[in-house]
Ligand binder design. Sequence first.
Ligand code: C2E
Ligand code: MG
Ligand code: MG
Length: 628
Amino acid sequence: MHEVAALPPRPRHRQRYAALLFIAVMLSWAGVMAALQYLSLAQRFSAELATQARIVGQGATAALVFEDAREAAQLLAVLAAAPQVHSARLLHDDGRLVAQYEREDRKDWVSALAGLETVAQPVRIDQRQVGWLVLEGSRDAVLRDVAKFSAGGLGIMAAAMVLLRFASRGLRASVRAAEEHTRHMALHDALTGLPNRAAFHHALEQAVAPGARAHALLFIDLDNFKQINDTHGHPGGDRVLRVVAQRLRERVAPGGIVARLGGDEFALLLDAGDQPLDAAGRIAEDLVRRIPEPIDFEGRRLRVSVSVGVALLPHDAATADDAMQCADAAMYLAKREGKDAWRLYSPALGDEIRARLSLEADLRAAIEARQLHLHYQRIFDAGGRVVSMEALLRWQHPVRGTVMPSRFIELAESSGLIAELGLAALHCVRRDLDAARRAGVPLPRIALNLSSHQFRRTAHRQRFLAALDELALTPAQLEFELTETAVFEDISQPGSILRALRERGYALAIDDFGTGYSSLSYLRRLQCSKLKIDQSFIRDLGSSEEAVAMVQSMIDVAHALHMQVVAEGVETEAMRARLVQMGCELMQGFLLSRPQPVEALLEPCLRDAPPLPPAPAGVPRDAALPAS
Ligand code: C2E
Ligand code: MG
Ligand code: MG
């Protein structure tokens, strides 16, 4: 397996330089201290020599006056007890020598090096000078003392340096260990111990470098991992991630690297040899088959499948980022085509992804530039009265023209832009209601579509509810539509947006009924006021008895649960008549009204005139709209 690079060794010459510098500084310091010590001892030596000369000089007056050479010699011989005195001479005032003394045993090299200091002491009687005592002292004792002092100091310094070296070696070892640990943490994932995204990126850069061998990159994403976390909590999720990491590790041959990129995403980089496709295919197939083997967790058996995207390098990409995008795109294809599978990257897939990315960037800009607006499609009751109208987003792109929701809602959901898009739709509703108020045209209640992806984060739910309050959109003005799947996903959550909306008094409709779970027990719990039968059933009403039976049973179930039924996609008079006959009370479709911009609703002459059925006596057509 590729290993994540270790710390580079510290340059040795730097260490040596630092040690030499340290020694030089210490020696200089020792030199300065020795010099100071020498000066101080030399000063004391001079003072002592002068004192001795004074004392001996005072005792020599009689010998000088009586010119007693013997007594003078005896007096000077006393100096033998003063080891620093090298020689002494007693002289008459006129310079004649009376007596002299010289030490015999001071001829060594230290004495020669130390040099002599001479003190000439005048000998006086009652202020009258009678002669001189000249003493010569050897500074060898001073030198020896300074040498001893320096040797002691250097010894202590050397011992300190040795100790310091040991201590610093230990310290350096622990600093280095701490550095290694920090580096390991920075390059590895704490949960699984695998290299992380940064480390993997580094390895990937080497794999796409010019001249590198052929590699296969596998992008691995666990399927429905969120469900495992939701059902078994984070300990369950962590256990699954650890086991998957281990299974991946076991499947990586030497020279390969496996990493956890974050969340439930892993990646594998393999040396693919001469047959990269075969090698990558084999291992991808093996992963898809083996990873889902049951995992024991607290007496239960968890199972998680994977979707794998494969890119071949350097064939598919020349940079690490591109390589990741290719493998990610292939993984996304595996997910889109039903998960639990592996897919290979192809240039066509790349084009599709690029187009998607470009559309996503445009959509992001469009939300900011307010290029999105709403069209409204009126919903009628069986008597032809408008009861409400559905708001449908339209994107007016300067180059692409009008972009329909089928092209951008799913994109907004997968890219996370849906929360912003939902808020933008709310602002459009407010703008259109204000325009209608200014024009003096009362509008029927607006039904706004919601996506469950809009509310996956608590912060998004809170922002949506805050925007509803801020824009003062009341339950009389607004109701909401959600698909069954979205409703079921939301209602089981603790912070259910549906519950929050219902508590605020907003009416809710289940959209596209019949295309999702269609669970009757859930339907009972939901307490929605409307059920919108998906247009695929309505379309087949004229041709399929089965569709008739299904629509009839949906109408019956809805009525049993005290819900109103809306038939979507009513395109022909025959459909309308059949639905009225079956007891469906509300209808929406091109037969009755096409989605149109708010301006059309505000200008009576622009409003479309649907071929409405004859209304029962006494019921005005299009009652909620002003007469055209
Ligand atoms: P939906 O909520 O089921 O909206 C009804 C769709 O059926 C609309 O398509 C409408 O134009 C179309 N339709 C209405 N009557 C007929 C008919 O007689 N025949 C046929 N063939 N189609 C008819 P549209 O506007 O393209 O919207 C498609 C979907 O996009 C909507 O389905 C809704 O799920 C989603 N959508 C639209 N606006 C929004 C929005 O503001 N937020 C969210 N989250 N989704 C939206
Ligand atoms: Mg709808
Ligand atoms: Mg619908």
